[in-house]
Ligand binder design. Structure first.
Ligand code: TXA
Ligand code: MG
Length: 327
């Protein structure tokens, strides 16, 4: 190991993790709130810091697919195929858990979520640490995920031991989650790796999650949400709706793929990238910025109904869920 600043920071972070501390780290998707996955007390601190219900299981991050067999049992060929194709990278696999994996990690389920992140600092941290790190998105429960070290500090301040700064996350939204613990692989959370790409790697169609699929509680309710109520609005009516809100004296924040904003007072307008990957990259930073603008409502232009936009659509739908009740 070279003794440069980054390595010294990694060594300090490993010390904190070994003593049961919380260290946020960058991944290519979003920042994770790391703790030793083998230390149930440390894992409990993660739930406390996030304000997350204890039955919401955590992803265990590992340095390489070689560690899969330590955390999981009965690993099917489909899991190996997906790991070979997409790890390291933005894919999480749900597998049957090994006997030693604690209920604190899995929320009492018989399955465990595993991911090998590609970010060089996540890789350096996991390699130096040696074991597995739980890593939920580094945000308070239900709130917008963090894609910069600054976002993490805004969320947690001094409530965590350390933040490793890896700049802005490349992907910007959370990993694709595929359940390979049941009879047929099923998509539990869409992400940058699309359902079509997973099916191509499997050489078989994905099943729809069913009643016997493992629960992914983060998928069921309001999530990824700014504090300002957020509405998803069709492209054609953005302009008219914005004008009518402003006429009623409301301050409006808009996230649209169109840079041509109406000339109105009390309007904050962010022009988002027009590609799904570009939109995802900026999504959480944009939502945070619009939230901070102090408006009465955030209006987001609905993305196209194509498979490439599925992950972005999913996050926006959850950010909008329940907005009517929080106004
Ligand atoms: O990209 C990501 O996946 C980021 C980075 C930091 O790796 N992590 C992340 O973690 O998004 P989190 O905890 O915010 O979301 C994990 C999701 C939750 O919806 C959880 O319910 C689900 O994964 N999950 C975890 N373990 C599971 C299991 N055994 N069965 C089903 N779902 C599980
Ligand atoms: Mg999360």
């Amino acid at each position: 190991m070279h003794f440069n600043i980054a390595n010294l920071h990694i060594a300090r972070a490993v010390d904190a993790l070994r003593s049961g501390g919380l260290v946020a780290f960058p991944t290519e998707t979003v920042y994770g709130l790391g703790a030793d996955a083998s230390n149930a007390e440390a894992v409990k601190k993660v739930f406390a810091a996030k304000g997350r219900p204890s039955d919401h299981p955590l992803i265990v991050h590992i340095a390489s697919a070689a560690q899969m067999a330590h955390w999981a049992r009965d690993i099917p060929p489909a899991a190996h195929a997906l790991a070979r194709k997409f790890w390291p990278g933005p894919l999480t696999l749900i597998l049957k858990r090994a006997a030693h994996v604690s209920d604190a990690v899995t929320g009492g389920q018989d399955t465990v979520a595993l991911r090998v992140p590609a970010h060089p600092l996540a890789q350096a941290l996991l390699t130096a640490f040696g074991g597995g790190l739980v890593g939920p998105s580094a945000n308070r429960f239900g709130h917008v995920s963090a894609t910069t070290a600054g976002h993490v500090r805004t969320e947690f301040g001094d409530a965590i031991d350390d933040v490793i700064d890896g700049g802005a996350c490349e992907v910007g939204i959370e990993s694709t989650i595929v359940d390979v613990s049941g009879a047929a692989p099923a998509l539990l959370r869409p992400g940058q790796i699309t359902a079509a790409a997973i099916e191509a790697a499997l050489g078989a169609p994905l099943a729809a999650p069913n009643a016997r699929s493992p629960r992914a509680p983060g998928m069921l309710e309001k999530h990824y949400a700014p504090r300002t109520p957020l509405m998803l609005v069709e492209t054609d009516v953005i302009d008219e709706l914005t004008r009518s809100f402003v006429r009623q004296g409301q301050r409006v924040a808009v996230l649209a793929r169109d840079a041509r904003q109406p000339l109105l007072a009390n309007l904050t307008w962010i022009a988002a990238p027009g590609t799904p990957d570009g939109f995802a990259h900026d999504l959480y930073a944009n939502l945070r910025q619009l939230d901070a603008a102090g408006c009465d409502v955030i209006v987001v232009e609905e993305p196209p109904f194509t498979i490439e936009w599925a992950a972005v659509r999913d996050r926006l739908a959850r950010a909008a869920a329940g907005a009517r009740h929080t106004a």
